[in-house]
Write a protein that binds this ligand. Sequence first.
Ligand SMILES: NC(=O)c1ccc[n+]([C@@H]2O[C@H](COP(=O)([O-])OP(=O)(O)OC[C@H]3O[C@@H](n4cnc5c(N)ncnc54)[C@H](O)[C@@H]3O)[C@@H](O)[C@H]2O)c1
Length: 256
Amino acid sequence: MQLSNRYPSLDGAVVFITGGGSGIGAALVEAFADQNATVVFVDILKDESVALAKTLNDRLGSERVYFHHCDLINVEQLQQIIHNTGERFGPIKALINNAAQDTRHDFREVTPEYWNERININLRPQFFAAQAVYEQMKNAGGGSIINFGSMSWHECQGNMTGYTTSKAAVLGMTRGLARDMGPDRIRVNTLTPGWVMTERQLANWVNEDTKAEIHSSQCLKEELFPEHICSMALFLASDDSRMCTAQDYIVDGGWI
Ligand SMILES: NC(=O)c1ccc[n+]([C@@H]2O[C@H](COP(=O)([O-])OP(=O)(O)OC[C@H]3O[C@@H](n4cnc5c(N)ncnc54)[C@H](O)[C@@H]3O)[C@@H](O)[C@H]2O)c1
């Protein structure tokens, strides 16, 4: 994947990505590394993440991509890795809160424990990662936080209320933090993907019927791929979007 735009403000920047081991996150890791950023990412997937970092570092010819194993349920560990990243590489310029789990669940069977787990994966780490980068970004004179939302709840998608509730809450969290952090020149936005053809989506849910649904529902009659989300993420992380904050940037091909 090679995106055409170059963002000079990302050259040498430190970028932190959650869930960078697969799917859209892996494409984000590659896209930022291709901008000559130093990319630190966390994931629960060990083998895939180690392989991704190695492949990219080999291709780039220098060590620019770093992986740390972390289950985001453990916010203390997440915050420690963010702190260590700043100490080692300098202040984080962009935080990409990408990781999530859209595991399906029947609302009749959800227990309080399972509900908390959904929120603790899909919402809580986004807040605590933002809290952890705040000092670094403030001391550096600013930064960009990109929280991942989802079109699923706009479309009343069922069978995963713990996920859709978290993703709806991301919008409110984004706007509250944008107000709190704006005076320190830290921008906070939501990036909301439509239905993106990751390997996992293709393997589990995309078939000829759903492709027909995509074509009838999207204004643009093409499938969305991770690079389309990366283009928006690069823009929002760069100084080119310096007056953009508190917004929800939807990349869904115009799903109606
Ligand atoms: N793919 C889509 O169609 C789509 C649509 C709407 C929104 N999104 C959003 O885009 C983002 C990326 O989506 P995706 O399709 O690439 O997801 P994915 O499930 O394919 O990948 C998510 C990544 O996060 C990691 N992860 C999950 N739980 C974790 C945990 N507890 N600790 C650490 N890492 C963890 C996974 O291992 C994986 O590498 C998510 O926020 C998702 O909600 C995706």
